[in-house]
Ligand binder design. Structure first.
Ligand code: IPM
Ligand code: MG
Length: 360
């Protein structure tokens, strides 16, 4: 099979971790008889430095004609980087929001798994972590507050800032369907998270989710308020299978969920539209403090590449091969600095990539 993959190395540790993911994908291609064609595009700070904008229209066009996009990470240190002196629409993050919107990537899948080998890194009490957890956050990615109208005006001698949170029934329905479909392939439970005790958009969310649920009688649905969900994630994360939620709640809860795994460097994500096309990226950021030092953990990006093979190319066997190579490397006791524990062997980003590729 010929796979046309656009890569966005991006900023910070992005280029290093994407290099390792390509290494592993090339090994998969070699052993499975596939042809992988990689085309790099610039996004984020890397694009600002060359083009003055975080994402050019040409870059979007290149991404559109590919089969899938594999991304590292974008952005820099918001306190020190000159990128953050630019107006908001010219900053690195604007590129990410633009590519999501332009490619219609409304469904963001963020798994948060407690790896048995890494249980020691879990910051929760042992009586909680011993139960393990494996959840998937299904975050709506192209609506809500992040894409609503916003403005700052001067009123009665002071500045007043406004952001708007809008959702249509259609936007809610399509993400809810994705949530239920994925629950059918998992443990068949959906926790829909909203703030229906206050927000109109959440009351509509709840009503539409209830409607969609009727088409999935085998899935157990529960509704949970977002503040309660934030609490439940540290109290008993094992209760969750699929968490279905809107854009901002999903942004916040997915960071919390990844933190309780203790190993954000391990977590992949996929952003999908209505076709097989998707953008795949690690759940972590660009870690500018360790960039270029061969210290980054490439596993989240490598697992994102596995998700890409599974969701965009239906190459389940190849995706399984990557995931089990990662498991083997962990079982063999190799760790990058972020997940290091006693008795293990510490390796850098490149060596971690080599070790995983060797095990394909
Ligand atoms: C994420 C990030 C982005 C978001 C930022 C960088 C715009 O936090 O992918 O979660 O809020 O979606
Ligand atoms: Mg975020």
């Amino acid at each position: 099979m010929k796979l046309n993959i656009v890569c966005i190395p991006g900023d910070g540790i992005g280029p290093e971790i994407v290099t390792e993911a390509k290494k592993v994908l090339n090994k998969v291609a070699e052993t499975g008889g596939h042809e992988m064609v990689f085309t790099d595009i610039l996004m984020g700070g890397a694009s600002i430095d060359v083009h003055g904008v975080p994402l050019t229209d040409e870059a979007i066009e290149t991404a559109k004609v590919a089969d899938a996009v594999l991304m590292g990470s974008i952005g820099g240190d918001t306190n020190t980087s000159p990128w953050y002196k630019l107006p908001p629409e010219k900053r690195p993050e604007a590129g990410l929001l633009k590519i999501r919107k332009s490619l219609g990537l409304f469904a963001n899948l963020r798994p948060a798994i407690l790896y048995p080998e890494l249980r020691g890194a879990c910051p929760l009490k042992e009586e909680i972590s011993v139960k393990g957890f494996d959840m998937l956050i299904m975050r709506e990615l192209t609506g809500g507050l992040y894409f609503g109208e916003r403005h700052t005006v001067e009123k009665d001698g002071q500045k007043v800032a406004t952001d708007t949170l809008t959702y249509s029934e259609a936007e809610i329905r399509r993400i809810a369907i994705k949530g239920f479909e994925i629950a059918m392939k998992r443990r068949r439970k959906v926790t829909s998270v909203d703030k229906a005790n206050v927000l109109d958009s959440s009351r509509l969310w709840r009503a539409v989710v209830n409607e969609v649920a009727k088409d999935f009688p085998e899935v157990t649905l529960e509704h949970m308020l977002v503040d309660n969900c934030a609490m439940q994630l540290v109290k008993d994360p094992s209760q969750f299978d699929v968490i279905l939620t809107e854009n901002m709640f999903g942004d916040i809860l997915s960071d919390e969920a990844s933190m309780v795994t203790g190993s954000i460097g391990m977590l992949a994500s996929a952003s999908l539209n209505d076709t097989k096309f998707g953008l795949y990226e690690p759940s972590h950021g660009s870690a500018p403090d360790i960039a270029g030092k061969d210290l980054a953990n490439p596993i989240a990006t490598i697992l994102s590449a596995a998700m890409m093979l599974r969701y965009s190319f239906d190459l389940d066997k190849e995706a399984d091969a990557i995931e089990s190579a990662v498991d083997k490397v962990l079982k063999d006791g190799y760790r990058t600095g972020d997940i290091m524990s006693e008795g293990c062997r510490k390796v850098g980003c490149r060596e971690m990539g080599d070790l995983i590729a060797e095990r394909i």
